[in-house]
Design a protein around this ligand. Structure first.
Ligand code: MLT
Ligand code: MN
Ligand code: ZN
Length: 303
């Protein structure tokens, strides 16, 4: 099977529309070595015709244009997007659902009960969609593996993550398993597995073991520093308050990845403030020395 990175940036994308940090401003002016990135989503396929989107990014229309395979053109109205799976109810992972409203059948949607609740009561995307294509909802549970009709050789296992429900979630201050999940993607044909977790705040024993078993890690690359947003004057929130483990420092993601045997260790969901976006920067060189890659839009991984 194939995993394609549709969007490798965190919320806001890179450059972010209202941001003049050194990265966003430098990219716009062409004075730094870096590539633009759209907001967080990956797609899975077995046959290059039917795809499962994991997260529906606000940039989904641009992402569809960038991947012709998502439009197989078998009928006057058609799509290669056979289903959508959600990892959480964050704006950068769900608002693209609204762009899929012109479908001529209900959108097959796989999400936890908590995410369905957030999208029914907090950010009422699902209620709005009922006035258009509607959704064909499938509840998924952390710890219970499932398959998708068009990805029958792939076993998907949701794993509870310690991160944060979105600010508009009815249970923002009262975390529940299922607010945020990671996904173990097991290709039964090759026996290889990937672990995808774009928002990871802390490592539980379960996450640690899923990461250890993975051949490919696609893991939270949001921030380099715990106080990154504060130091740059962009926000008052720490990485931990936003549910993200930064890469640098004691207990950071570089240390975590150093103890993982995975053949590929890829950071994804990268915030525009993160210095690892600079291809010729010291931080990128340090990642390289640790065998860690930085995801980019269009990256493909064969499992
Ligand atoms: C996050 O994961 O913390 C988000 O990218 C923030 C956002 O979308 O505003
Ligand atoms: Mn995000
Ligand atoms: Zn910026």
């Amino acid at each position: 099977m194939k995993i394609r990175v549709l969007g490798s940036a965190a919320g806001g994308g890179f450059p972010q529309w209202n941001c003049n940090c050194a990265n966003c401003d430098g990219l716009r002016r062409g004075t730094i070595r870096a590539q633009a990135r759209t907001q967080s989503s990956i797609a899975l396929t077995q046959n290059e015709q039917d795809w499962a989107l994991v997260n529906a990014s606000p940039d989904i229309l641009a992402q569809i244009r960038a991947l012709p395979g998502l439009q197989p053109a078998r009928a006057i109205r058609d799509t290669g997007i056979a289903s959508v799976l959600l990892m959480d109810a964050q704006i950068d992972h769900v608002t693209g659902l609204l762009m899929l409203r012109e479908r001529n059948s209900p959108l097959p949607l796989y999400a936890t009960a908590q995410v369905i609740e957030d999208l029914s009561r907090g950010l009422t995307v699902l209620g709005a969609l009922e006035h258009y294509c509607g959704t064909d909802r499938h509840l998924i549970d952390p710890g219970t593996a499932f398959t998708l009709p068009h990805l029958s050789d792939v076993e998907l296992l949701p794993i509870t993550l310690s991160s944060k429900a979105p600010p508009y979630s009815p249970h923002r201050q009262d975390p529940h398993p299922g607010d945020n999940i990671g996904l173990r993607i097991l290709d039964r044909a090759s026996g290889r597995q990937a672990f995808y977790a774009p928002g990871l705040g802390e490592l539980s024993a379960e996450v640690e073991s899923a990461m250890r078993e993975a051949d490919v890690l696609l893991i939270d690359g949001t921030f380099w520093r715990e106080d990154e947003m504060i130091a740059l004057g962009l926000s008052k929130k720490t990485a931990a308050e936003m549910g993200h483990l930064p890469q640098s420092g004691p207990g950071g993601m570089i240390e975590v990845l150093d103890r993982m045997p995975a053949a590929r260790k890829i950071l994804i969901h990268i915030n525009n403030s993160n210095p690892i976006l600079r291809e010729d920067g010291d931080e990128r060189a340090l990642l390289h020395a640790h065998g860690i890659e930085v995801a980019h839009d269009g990256m493909e991984i064969l499992l």
